[in-house]
Design a protein around this ligand. Structure first.
Ligand SMILES: Nc1ncnc2c1ncn2[C@@H]1O[C@H](COP(=O)(O)OP(=O)(O)OP(=O)(O)O)[C@@H](O)[C@H]1O
Ligand SMILES: [Mg+2]
Length: 425
């Protein structure tokens, strides 16, 4: 087990681009005939200034939209891509130039491939047989006698065959992993005889069996249905805690991020936006992007102006901020903000309310009811509110909503940097 550190990591890929003079060619044949010297190599920056320390035994989730560089970061750590700049450490060792095999990392991908002709046992044992696990010191028995005994007894019934000490070690490890993942009864099945969730656990088993220093998981659950996904999610977390192996888990699913990670690193466009515990990310998002990405349904954003201390004005409503905002906003030069409110922090209040919302859609989920609409006097400003399930609202109706003022966020309209009520420790 070991910590993992990314230090000022940069990654760019070379991309061939057609020069300006050839851009507007109408026919493909002309492109093919065109002078290849007009193709130039351009560097595309995919990761910029990544600084991230994953502690020994920690479960770190990387989350962000498609194309933000999550897989590339994992591949750099696994040694499958070369760094453009910076350093990667596993433990105290810089691994920039260390080949993948020597990094002691196990990776589970979204499209985990099991060997179709091998049963579950052999699929899990496969990596172990190729590694140094259970290798005994060179001596007469292991060099000469054991191979001879294995060869001589190969044609006997299975129970009478000689099993080498190395294979016994592998068997112990496979059985241990199978019991952890509760797949002992599946060991003799072929992959085609397994459900999606079972295959997933075998793929995990193969990674766990190697007992690596670091686990990398790249969207390993995305092929599973919702129920299996939730179950396997919990299982992975439990296993990770049990084994204590430093884990980096990539997902673009914010629920997975919130429920699995000790900490979450939110990424966008090749940069890390915030690294913090799930609840800190939720309650204290560093900027508008993080606030919008984490939380479902997403946070509402309304343009406001700070006219005098503690008073926010929008053409259609006015709010008085709680006292502690005075200190938070003390040094702000800009007075234009976005007011952020999560749907859960609206409530119905017929008499005294903050805003009036015209309802366009009602989604009753049973546990809560989502109201979607716009400000009554401003059809361009959308609002989503999550109200109690017994709320009865009709389409087209205007309803009065109040805001839990201790749960609001403000984002600088220019920089998008965010603030919220300080966490009381
Ligand atoms: N070998 C490559 N050559 C050129 N560009 C690449 C290469 N690999 C990745 N990219 C680009 O780098 C960016 C980041 O890709 P990456 O696969 O890391 O994204 P991701 O966050 O894992 O996305 P997803 O959630 O869709 O898997 C993308 O814009 C992608 O097109
Ligand atoms: Mg990816």
């Amino acid at each position: 087990m070991a910590k993992v550190v990314f230090e000022n990591v940069y990654k760019s890929f070379k991309k061939q681009v057609q020069e300006e003079s050839n851009r507007n060619i109408e026919h493909k044949s002309e492109i093919l005939d065109s002078d290849s010297s007009s193709l130039t190599n351009q560097a595309v920056n995919v990761l910029r200034n990544i600084n991230l320390e994953v502690k020994d035994g920690e479960f770190m989730v990387l989350v962000g939209p498609s194309g933000c560089g999550k897989s590339t970061l994992l591949r750099l750590l696994a040694g499958l891509e070369e760094l453009t700049g910076g350093n990667v450490y596993i433990g105290d060792r810089i691994v920039n130039k260390i080949p993948p095999k020597a990094r002691d990392i196990a990776m589970v991908f979204q499209n985990y491939a099991l060997y179709p002709h091998l049963n579950v046992y052999d699929n899990i044992a496969f990596g172990l047989r190729r590694s140094e696990i259970g290798e005994t010191e060179s001596n007469l028995v292991s060099d000469w006698l054991e191979p001879a005994l294995v060869g001589l007894t190969r044609s006997l019934p299975r129970s009478m065959r000689y099993i080498s000490s190395r294979e016994r070690e592998i068997r112990k490890r496979v059985r241990y992993v199978a019991s952890l993942l509760q797949i002992e009864s599946l060991l003799s099945r072929l992959p085609k005889e397994l459900s999606g969730g079972q295959k997933q656990r075998v793929a995990l088993g193969r990674a766990i069996a190697r007992n690596p220093q670091v686990f990398l998981m790249d969207e390993p659950l995305s092929n599973l249905d919702a129920k299996l996904r939730t179950e396997t999610r919990a299982q992975i977390v439990q296993l990770q805690k049990q084994l204590g192996i430093t884990t980096i888990y990539v997902t673009h699913d914010q629920t997975e991020a919130m429920t699995m990670g000790d900490r979450i690193a939110v990424m966008k466009g090749g940069e890390i936006q915030q690294i913090a515990s799930p609840l800190e990310i939720y309650n204290q998002p560093a900027n508008r992007f993080v606030a919008e990405f984490i939380g479902s349904p997403p946070m509402n954003f309304l343009p406001v102006e700070l006219t005098k201390p503690l008073t926010l004005i929008n053409p259609h409503f006015r709010l008085t901020l709680p006292e502690y905002w005075g200190e938070i906003l003390h040094n702000q030069r800009n007075n234009k903000f976005l007011l952020g409110i999560r749907p859960q922090y609206f409530f119905l209040s017929p008499e005294s309310s903050h805003i009036s919302v015209k309802v366009n859609l009602v989604e009753a989920l049973g546990s809560e009811t989502y109201i979607k609409g716009t400000l009554s006097n401003d059809s361009d400003t959308s609002i989503t509110a999550s109200l109690s399930p017994d709320t009865i609202v009709s389409l087209g109706e205007s309803i009065n909503l109040s805001i839990n003022l201790d749960k609001i966020h403000l984002f600088d309209a220019n920089t998008q940097v965010g603030w919220a009520m300080p966490i009381l420790r």
